[in-house]
Write a protein that binds this ligand. Sequence first.
Ligand code: IMP
Length: 430
Amino acid sequence: MSGIVVVGSQWGDEGKGKVVDVFSAKADYVVRYQGGANAGHTLIVDGKKTVLHLVPSGILHSDTICIIGPGVVLDIETIFDEIKALKESGELKDSNQLLISELCTVIMPYHKQLDAAREQSAGHEKIGTTGKGIGPAYEDRASRRAILFGDLFYENTLRKKVEHSLKEKNLLFEKCYGLEPINIEQTLAEFKNLGQLLKPYRCKDTSLVISKALNAGKKVLFEGAQGSLLDLLHGTYPYVTSSSTIAGSACVGAAVGPGKIDKVIGITKAYTTRVGSGPFPTELKTEVGQKLRDIGQEYGATTGRERRCGWIDLVALKYAIRINGITNISLMKIDVLSGFDEIKICTKYKINGELHEDYPIAVDELNEAEPIYESMPGWSEDLTKLQSFDDVPEACKKYIQFLQDEIETPIDIVSVGPGREQTLWLKPLF
Ligand code: IMP
């Protein structure tokens, strides 16, 4: 048993990509199990930046096999472009380094068009999606009309399914949204062609590959996308993504039994950010929020949108720890907090005059939640060049200790910058 799930404990963009890249030096397999090209995982190695949306973040280690499991919604064009770029840079040398499950749902042009049309017509009520067609694609999967990656290799099946889907979608586009219908023949030709280009990466049963690896004592990392509070069932619904983003989803999306998971590592930013609409109790619409955004470069890796910024929220974090079964925390971007005179930590909410230590879940209550803060002195030292946790300034150590005591979960890794080498280990996790 050596399955490790890496999961975002906030609203995404916590730095999962960096952690998975660092862990991958010791992992045999890295598996993406949910989400799609709405994710943007940024890796910086020797100063070179790689942004991945679909290819697992283990790909920069040539001995690690990367798997895209059935729970992922596959944007064929994005993955094709990522593979092309990785081949050109010499990172992807052999097609055996990347396996794509035949059971993945394919994102079709009509999913993106529907996503955009809905957002546009929703006006102020919009979710603020990434526009990548994620919701409509998962809807088709649930309503049993999805095109699977494996279907791209069976012309008749592909035609039948696209015709079936477009009959309804084109009616929606024309009658509801006043848009042009999507051309069936063009769609079929394009996807048949893209399918052929991706054929070398096609894998019939990724679950079998993972199961054999785990049984042989190999280390398998399950790489989550987005964050726990964007979970379709347990997040700030309806301001969520359309997949389950919590650790249990690794078992469903990759088809592995829960008993195979040893650890769940929660990736947590030392402050909080959110992109898109929805409640965010500790949001700072002030100069302090802007300072966090500027220093932390809080702009979306997928859409370039400004991220909303605020102090760390332990009420929400404790909820995330509970619903994921997080065993260890990796605390990210602590270097961004250097230079703040005062650092605040939300430990409770006040809702309609009452104090709450437990996360209230309902969006209406979260919208009312007033954060109650503990305050700690900041530090001014630059942390980005530190080599060891011993060298961390006392005020910063106290901040980390305070968080750890409150959440009752060990903080085993502290990240002081985007590079691999800017990672301080308090305890070895493998
Ligand atoms: P969708 O996943 O594109 O449907 O977007 C739904 C919500 O999830 C929006 O608020 C997005 O901004 C948010 N979201 C989706 N993917 C990510 C991510 O990788 N990081 C942060 N937010 C995300």
